[in-house]
Design a protein around this ligand. Structure first.
Ligand SMILES: Nc1ncnc2c1ncn2[C@@H]1O[C@H](COP(=O)(O)OP(=O)(O)OP(=O)(O)O)[C@@H](O)[C@H]1O
Length: 547
């Protein structure tokens, strides 16, 4: 079995060529301006085996024609089985124990309890009822920091529990479980959460509702696009929610119509903040930032303006990927913001300044290169295994099918870039007896939620989608992510890949690409600091190619 390269933390400095050009793509989104990233880069001199990544109990060499395959420069492994019980039943007692230890070691749980973090007892009780007993590392770092009234940027890898990291401190101060029992004096909204997609917005609402409980769930209102606006406005009037969660367009629209009162808002959360900085959200975000409370620490400057009557807000920005544009936004939208990561909290001001001067409107080739070429800080969970497989374009769907069979994947998300090709692929998979569903922007909000529900319920094995689903979507059962078309850069790779391996679970990411695209995969591997092994699927097995 080939050795994997070890990873270690290094400071990466961007190169000067545009990755867009290097990748041969002309449509790379210009929104990621210069980035300063701490990335894990591969170190060939310190080999790390798959076993040491937590697959010890599961990987086996194929004994059959191993010698022949080795002669041909390939080795065979039995891939990790998706169902833990199936694996365990084949193992000895000693391996069983080891297997469990590995899984626990991959889960990002902190040593503290929720009550030690300063959450009110009523809230801790609610959490326990919902099965949340131990905070994750990032929650243990973020909750006390936000409770101490700091503006923060929360950065932690995908699936590590960032939603509860901001939701719980908000519910400590707002709603029925809050610390003090003082009655609310205003009917204004107290917390606004902004998310870049409807699906993510609705998911965040569900998380709030879960913690609030059935009797208080009306206190959170979703304001996402694609849904009936009048009904949302009516619900605002009738239910008098204290928290709203929405997409930038709909929030800005209802705010402009005068039906959303956010001047006394105490919390503004920007989830997937680097995505919210995209050019298409710019106007709506501007309105939201201007009308939701007032930037903390700005009191003296606006003493005589109408803003003086507003409540100071805490600004909380969240993402697994924090390019420099976010750091810059945090500096201008927050007051002495702190960067909160799983095991550290540092003032944003203490971070090195941007290496190059940035322009606001559009990123130059240099800036773009910087953002593309520096790896996200631990934006990928350690429990993921990455592969790529070369296939001709006309064989891609077949390779996908063989990949799913070889990995015995139960719940697969396949990412593509173009809707037409995506629809064709659904048709081909269905024609070959594989239950598949499609999710993209051409579908109505209702159809999108129905499809997602079906997929979550296991009615479709494969979900074919595009960048729409790459951010924040939480489907814990997802055990395989496939890039059937390449992501535009390593940041997009990280968010796509992060749909699997949630909260310490194991996950596999396979990129199926054409030969001339391999160098892009290699580049992303370097930028992300992960090992992406070359593989093929033969005789129902995943075969790892030796480099
Ligand atoms: N302390 C906890 N105990 C048990 N489950 C948790 C805990 N915290 C979060 N989870 C669960 O972990 C999953 C991932 O959480 P969440 O979606 O917040 O991750 P994330 O870091 O925001 O991911 P992404 O970067 O992809 O948006 C969710 O199903 C959530 O309910």
């Amino acid at each position: 079995m080939p050795a994997l390269a070890a990873t270690r933390v290094l400071l990466l400095v961007g190169d000067t060529l545009s990755s867009a050009k290097l990748y041969g793509f002309s449509r790379i989104a210009p929104r990621y301006s210069t980035v300063r990233f701490l990335g894990r880069v591969s170190n060939e001199s310190e080999p790390l085996t798959l076993a040491s990544l937590g697959f010890r109990g599961e990987i086996k060499r194929s004994l059959g024609n191993e010698k022949n395959k080795l002669k041909q420069g390939i080795s065979t492994i039995e891939v990790p089985k998706r169902r833990e019980n199936k694996v365990i039943s084949r193992e000895t007692n000693a391996v069983k124990k080891k297997d469990r230890v590995d899984i626990a070691a991959l889960a990002p749980f902190a040593a503290k309890s929720f009550s030690e973090l300063g959450l009110p007892p009523l809230l801790v009780e609610r959490l326990e009822k919902e099965g949340y007993t131990v905070p994750t590392d990032v929650q243990a770092a973020a909750i006390p920091t936000i409770l101490k009234d700091h503006d923060v940027v929360i950065q932690s890898y995908t699936g590590s529990g960032k939603t509860l990291a901001y939701l719980l401190p908000i519910l400590s101060e707002v709603g029925p479980h809050k610390k003090d029992n003082e009655p609310k004096t205003t009917t204004d909204i107290e917390a606004v959460v902004v998310a870049p997609s409807r699906e993510l917005g609705m998911q965040i609402v569900r998380e709030f509702e879960k913690v609030l409980g059935p009797s208080d769930k009306r206190l959170v209102q979703q304001l996402v696009g694609g849904a009936n606006k009048s009904r949302q406005e009516e619900a605002l009037r009738k239910n008098k929610p204290v928290i709203v969660v929405g997409t930038p367009g709909r929030l800005a629209e209802i705010s402009a119509s005068g039906k959303l009162h956010t001047h006394n808002c105490r919390y503004l959360v920007l989830d997937e903040v680097d995505e919210l900085l995209a050019f298409n959200f710019r106007e709506d975000m501007h309105r939201i930032l201007e009308h939701v409370g007032k930037k903390s620490g700005a009191g003296q400057n606006v003493a005589n303006s109408p803003k003086a009557r507003r409540t100071e807000r805490r600004t909380i920005m969240v993402s697994a990927t924090v390019p420099f544009s976010v750091i810059r936004a945090a500096r201008s939208w927050g007051c002495d913001p702190l960067l909160v990561q799983a095991k550290s909290v540092v003032p944003i001001e203490s971070l090195p300044a941007a290496p190059i001067k940035l322009s606001d409107s559009s990123s130059s080739a240099n800036e773009q290169t910087q953002s593309q070429s520096q790896a996200p800080v631990q934006s990928l969970p350690p429990s993921l295994t990455h592969y790529y497989s070369v296939a001709r374009i006309q064989h891609k769907v077949d390779t996908l099918r063989r990949c799913i069979h070889a990995l015995e994947a139960k719940c697969v998300i396949v990412f593509m870039n173009h809707t037409k090709q995506l629809k064709d692929t659904v048709f081909k998979l269905e024609a070959r007896g594989m239950k598949a569903a499609e999710l993209h922007g051409d579908l109505s909000k209702l159809t999108r939620s129905t499809i997602l529900k079906k997929f979550r319920n296991g009615e479709a094995r494969v979900l074919l989608t595009n960048e729409l689903s790459a951010r924040g979507l939480d489907i814990p059962e997802c055990d395989l992510v496939v890039n059937l078309e390449l992501p535009t850069d390593s940041i997009h790779y990280a968010h796509r890949a992060g749909r699997t391996g949630r909260l310490g679970r194991r996950g596999t990411v396979v990129t199926i690409c054409e030969e001339p695209e391999v160098f892009v995969v290699k580049k992303m591997q370097k930028q992300l600091g992960v090992v992406i092994q070359s593989c093929q699927f033969a005789e129902g097995q995943l075969v790892v190619n030796e480099d």
